[in-house]
Write a protein that binds this ligand. Sequence first.
Ligand code: NAD
Length: 281
Amino acid sequence: MTLLDGKKLAKKIESSIAKEVEELKDKGVVPGLAAILVGDDPASHTYVSMKEKSCKNAGFYSIVHKMPNTISQDEIIDTIKMINNNPRIDGILVQLPLPEHIDTTKILEVVDPKKDVDGFHPYNMGRVVENLPAFAPCTPVGVMEIFKEYSIDLEGKDICIVGASNIVGKPMAALLLNANATVTVTHIYTKDLAKHTKAADIVIVGVGVPNLIKEDMVKDGAIVIDIGINRLESGKLVGDVDFENVSQKCSYITPVPGGVGPMTIAMLLSNTLQAAKRRVK
Ligand code: NAD
């Protein structure tokens, strides 16, 4: 079994981004990322501070707009419109989830698609589906980078995605279809999950349920990508896969932590750098 080391790959990508940032600075451009952080969800605060730290390490300019849970939708929209017009900012990220009284779709649609480095705007999502140049959501792109790094061929492979959210499962399916894989997307309403996972050469899980994928649900030699991030009561961070037992059976597997998570941040920086390069042009 080979461990797919997302942490190491993310470090490599981030250090090459830092070099490019130095070159851009010589042309008078510093890539800028703005984050919108609403409420006091501890996980969201942790993710945003990790992203902020990576931005700083790469030499980006970064700002975080922290807003209380009680903020109105219009106030968030006004802030995004202001950032859309800020020439120092190349990328905007709205940390999800937003409070229940906020319409997430409406908020994401206000982000200028040219600054939509999270790839959540329907414009970018549509272009991803059509295999056109676009900002694709960072987590699925991070998974694609892992496949590339480890020379895992996707063409004609049977791939089962577990979880069908707009930010993980659906864009993951689009990217894999574009890579000529045969894709099955499963979710909470899937009748017999194990039937689909067992038939797959590659299983990609992003659900948010610890130990959902057990050893009898994957075939021998399968490749397993665990996107889930779950904090147990003990404080331990785990994915959606029973790593200890599943890892005995598969050929490649991502750990949690240290697998897909760091790649998501690296792809956010990569998308923001692309946006900054367009500013130079
Ligand atoms: P979500 O709640 O929006 O979607 C969950 C999906 O899983 C849904 O499609 C749902 O139908 C499906 N699902 C739920 N229970 C299921 C079950 N028992 N069997 C099969 N399918 C089931 O969640 P999300 O935002 O897509 O996040 C999913 C997980 O991925 C979470 O643990 C989240 O923390 C993690 N995540 C990790 C990263 C990263 O960088 N590694 C990025 C985004 C999300």
